[in-house]
Design a protein around this ligand. Structure first.
Ligand code: ADP
Ligand code: MG
Length: 308
């Protein structure tokens, strides 16, 4: 199959129902996409590469590989409180396998339909499987939630459950139970609605990709604050609240800080979106991250995922 036909067949018309609402005039097929900017907005841009057997397992369904690669990229936009607008995809493939591509394309469609954004372009090359997704979103000027906005004595909150993707991945690797629920790993949800709802409430936010504690440390560094985290308050589905379970990453939940007098508003957001939100600690003036056990004794922290 030649490259032109491959792009036509598997990468055009994905999310095209949403082109007009995002002002995309020209999409896949020309030399480049043409998009008209809206008034009084800021672009929120991010790009993420997913590599076989590092960011996903090669044994995963092609639909899930596509969805996961896109959703983890979009998760950065969720953490900024952005509205997603469109995405592009650079894919490197070992061979043009029609059945695999058809299924991959179907995963892209699931993603586009869920977040109502079109695929507007990309690049296709030959080599070992690697997927780079660029996402663009918008906020009203000044609205973006940054890592740098936390102040001392604010609450530290997380959405959902932590450690689900780690536990799911372990089951996938062990092939223990064909019916086991690994969706947290296979199809992590970018928390776009939550990010939007936190605009005006959260003082800082980050999506948890590399490990809860490690990612909180990044917020601390950017905001020049410290943090104390109570391990037994971290929401998990298992009784094993070990550092390993909570700090392995791949959660794609949102961790944010907010003044404690926003607690009522945070509860309302949680109820409205039906997303659990749990306070797991407080920011401090100390400049360092401290993990406390149930007796409030300081614990040793092992690091989460590191690329290098
Ligand atoms: P060029 O050689 O001029 O870069 P390409 O053949 O790479 O052109 O791309 C042709 C068109 O197809 C462009 O609009 C490009 O954005 C789109 N495209 C190529 N690969 C992909 C892909 N994997 N996903 C979406 N669009 C793609
Ligand atoms: Mg190209």
């Amino acid at each position: 199959m030649d490259e032109y036909l491959l792009i036509q067949k598997y990468f055009s018309n994905i999310g095209s129902a949403f082109l007009a609402e995002h002002n995309v005039e020209i999409s896949v097929g020309d030399d480049a996409a043409v998009i008209t900017p809206k008034d009084n907005i800021q672009y929120i841009h991010s790009v993420d590469t997913s590599i076989e057997n590092i960011h996903f397992l090669s044994s995963m369904a092609p639909e899930d590989i596509a969805y996961r690669s896109c959703s983890v990229a979009l998760s950065d936009l969720a953490a900024c409180g952005a509205n997603p607008e469109w995405y592009s995809l650079a894919i490197t493939l070992p061979s043009p396998d029609g059945i695999w591509l058809e299924r991959f394309s179907s995963g892209l469609r699931d993603f586009s339909d869920e977040f109502k954004i079109p695929l507007v372009g990309g690049d296709t090359t030959k080599g070992s499987l690697s997927i780079t997704v660029q996402v663009m979103g918008t906020v009203k000027k000044g609205e973006a939630i940054l890592r740098s906005g936390a102040k001392p004595d604010q609450g530290i909150f997380v959405s959902g459950l932590i450690g689900e993707a780690y536990l799911g991945l372990k089951e996938l690797q062990n092939h223990k139970d064909e019916n086991s629920n690994c969706s947290a790993y296979l199809r992590p949800k970018a928390q776009i609605s939550l990010g939007r709802a936190l605009v005006g409430i959260a003082t800082s936010a980050i999506d948890i990709s590399d490990g809860l504690l490690q990612d909180i440390e990044l917020v601390c560094k950017s905001s020049h604050v410290g943090a104390k985290i109570y391990l037994d308050r971290v929401p998990t589905s298992t009784n094993d609240k070990s550092v390993k379970v909570i700090n392995s990453g791949d959660d794609y939940q949102i961790c944010f800080t907010a003044p404690m007098d926003k607690s009522m508003e945070i509860n309302q957001v949680s109820e409205k979106l039906e997303i659990p939100i749990t306070q797991i600690g407080l920011t401090t003036r100390s400049g360092k991250l401290v993990l406390l056990d149930e007796l409030e004794k300081e614990m040793v922290i092992f690091s989460g995922f590191k690329h290098f």
